[in-house]
Design a protein around this ligand. Structure first.
Ligand code: C2E
Ligand code: CA
Ligand code: CA
Ligand code: CA
Length: 279
């Protein structure tokens, strides 16, 4: 039971029959949730370490339950991927994030851009380019305000076709981050092949940085490598000031984490922005 207590979905290793029924039920519920517009986007600020100001926002999906709890994305995104429904969820996420970001601009809450997580499945049928074009046009958000977060495995796995789609989207003016950097692959050749702006260092390397020296050499190396490739480095999962101070010393550009804020529902996020005078 991997995520015990966090969700209604559990894997019963000792009873695979039960696991399959749970999965089937959850899959049905995911489809229904999309139809019923049950999903929500939460927003987490991303900070510029040098200026201390908000420099972006990451949109993170949430699935509210009737009892007031949430099913975490890690507990339903993989299943939504295996059933293909992630393509429709992904389109909804893009649309909702672009509309929200546009709303903040119109309401005078500043002009930070929004970052959206993509699934590898969204590259499969070749419709992503059209999907991005459509949400930008419908929302009126400038393409430079949209950033797509991709993981290493997506950039290595399928090669040419993904590169082609990404360069078309890049030409629209949309930017890319490499998410969870350091967890996936040892072959870094893909970094040369496509136009990313940011490297997001996985939070597993950041979490203990303030208290243990173990991960410091690795984080330092990643930050230096990002800089020499002309990429901004972003640390995710920053929870305390000691970690922030160390990252600042190491020359990290941006950071995200509970030290500033968790991902919040839109109205709370806007209140946070105002309170932190972050405009
Ligand atoms: P991710 O893209 O690596 O997102 C970062 C995760 O770290 C988020 O978890 C965020 O809430 C959490 N986090 C942020 N700051 C801290 C911190 O200081 N400490 C700790 N312990 N955690 C922190 P979340 O929202 O549960 O999302 C988990 C993963 O689900 C994401 O990882 C992403 O891979 C996926 N995901 C979330 N939203 C979407 C979406 O709209 N579409 C797709 N395809 N995947 C999504
Ligand atoms: Ca992300
Ligand atoms: Ca990440
Ligand atoms: Ca992740």
């Amino acid at each position: 039971a991997k995520h015990e207590g966090r969700s209604v979905y559990r894997v019963y290793n000792d009873d695979m029959g039960r696991a399959n029924i749970d999965k089937f039920n959850l899959m049905t519920q995911i489809r229904q949730a999309l139809k019923d517009k049950q999903f929500r986007l939460f927003y987490q600020p991303k900070m510029d370490i040098r200026s201390g100001r908000v420099c972006g926002v990451e949109a993170l999906i949430r699935w509210p339950q009737p009892d007031g709890s949430y099913i975490a994305p890690d507990d339903f995104i993989p299943l939504a991927e295996s059933s293909g429904v992630i393509a429709d969820i992904g389109h909804w996420v893009l649309q909702e994030a672009c509309e929200a970001c546009m709303r903040w601009r119109q309401q005078g809450h500043g002009s930070v851009g929004v970052a959206v997580n993509l699934s590898y499945v969204q590259f499969r049928d070749g419709s992503l380019e059209r999907s991005v074009q459509q949400v930008l046009r419908q929302s009126g958000l400038p393409s430079s305000a949209l950033e797509l977060e991709l993981t290493e495995s997506m950039l290595i796995g399928e090669g040419d076709d993904i590169s082609r789609q990404l360069s078309a989207i890049h030409q629209m003016g949309v930017s890319f981050s490499i998410d969870d950097f350091g967890t996936g692959y040892s072959n870094l050749g893909y970094l040369r092949r496509f136009n990313a702006s940011r490297l997001k260092i996985d939070k597993s390397f950041i979490t203990d940085l303030g208290v243990s020296q173990r991960d410091e050499p690795l984080v330092r190396a990643i930050i230096q490598m990002a800089a020499s490739l002309g990429l901004h480095s972003v640390a995710e999962g920053v929870e305390d000031e000691a970690t922030l101070n160390l990252l600042r010393q190491l020359g990290c550009d941006e950071a995200q984490g509970y030290f500033w804020s968790r991902a919040l529902p839109e109205h709370e996020f806007i209140a946070w922005l105002k309170q932190h005078n972050a405009i």
